[in-house]
Design a protein around this ligand. Structure first.
Ligand code: CO8
Length: 261
């Protein structure tokens, strides 16, 4: 069903699988990839039959080895400014996607690749995954949120060390540091990610959106505001048909049947 050139999009039941598909360039992210990803994310979010999404990289080596250096090398500062180069991630991919999605990191996640993975609701990593913000080696710095999201995920000391040295962190260290939810043997990554996504897809969809919104609030706001936000969302959920069904199903010892409202 995919009509894109740089990504593959496939629906498997209620789960959308998106694969970055520039393996020869280690799935480097260029403007076309961003445009296509933005469209795929919007289509996923709008499609009521789809309840979770997995994003991964094609080939055995990389999730994404960063923004496309060969595209950036041609550009001057005024081009970056006038084109508002590589903008839109926050609005299209992060804020624009209310439904849950998982990054299944199957290899290098460097620079913009690490930043894209960190935009996901959570990361599952292959035991061959490697994370890094090596932009300093190119005379620049993270530009898609790496300095902010990595610091919030792993703390100042480790984020600072990684940005200043450009060193990579392996999957085990990334799990210890709290950057990834779980590490999975390389060959089992996609199966595990799809199974995890199916579990999420089987939950009441409105509650899934609200759970995501609450946890993200912890990332973005003060404790006081986050707690107030959580309480309001909880109250809204208690008005849903799925709350009535979920609690009734528990009492009757059966599985719930969700309406999504
Ligand atoms: N961009 C373009 N092409 C790339 C990239 C990339 N980021 N990474 C790898 N490639 C290409 C290589 O050029 C090579 O192509 P070719 O075969 O035509 O020469 C092919 O992929 C395979 O790569 P290697 O031969 O280098 O493979 P190795 O296994 O030897 O090395 C590495 C793998 C270590 C991943 C190495 O490729 C590497 O260091 N890549 C660059 C990593 C990097 O620096 N990433 C950060 C990029 S900057 C960035 O992401 C900024 C984001 C913010 C932008 C926001 C702007 C506003």
């Amino acid at each position: 069903m995919s009509t894109f050139e740089n990504i593959l999009v496939e629906q498997r039941g209620a789960v959308t699988l998106v694969t970055l598909n520039r393996p020869k360039a280690l799935n480097a992210l260029n403007s076309d990839v961003l445009r296509e990803l933005g469209e795929a994310f919007a289509a996923y979010d709008a499609d009521k039959s789809q309840r979770c999404m997995v994003l991964t990289g094609s080939g055995d080596k990389a999730f994404a080895a960063g923004a496309d250096i060969k595209e950036m090398v041609e550009k001057e500062a005024v081009d970056f400014y006038l084109e508002d180069f590589f903008s839109g991630w926050q609005s299209k991919v992060v804020k624009g996607t209310r439904k849950p999605w998982i990054a299944a990191v199957n290899g290098f996640a460097l620079g913009g690749g690490c930043e894209l993975a960190m935009m996901a609701d959570f990361i599952l990593a292959s035991d061959k995954a490697k994370f890094g913000q090596p932009e300093i080696n190119l005379g620049v710095a993270p530009g898609m949120g790496g300095s902010q999201r990595l610091t919030r995920a792993v703390g100042k000391s480790k984020a600072m060390e990684m940005c200043l040295t450009g060193r990579m962190m392996d999957a085990e260290e990334a799990e210890r540091a709290g950057l990834v939810a779980r590490v999975v043997p390389h060959d089992e990554l996609l199966t595990d990610a799809m199974k995890t996504a199916e579990t999420i897809a089987s939950k009441p969809p409105m509650a899934a959106i609200a759970n995501k919104e609450m946890v993200n609030a912890a990332f973005e706001t003060t404790l006081e505001h986050g707690l107030a936000h959580e309480r309001r969302l909880f109250q809204i959920l208690t008005a849903s048909e799925d709350k009535v069904e979920g609690m009734q199903a528990f009492v009757e010892k059966r599985d719930g049947e969700w309406k999504g409202r």
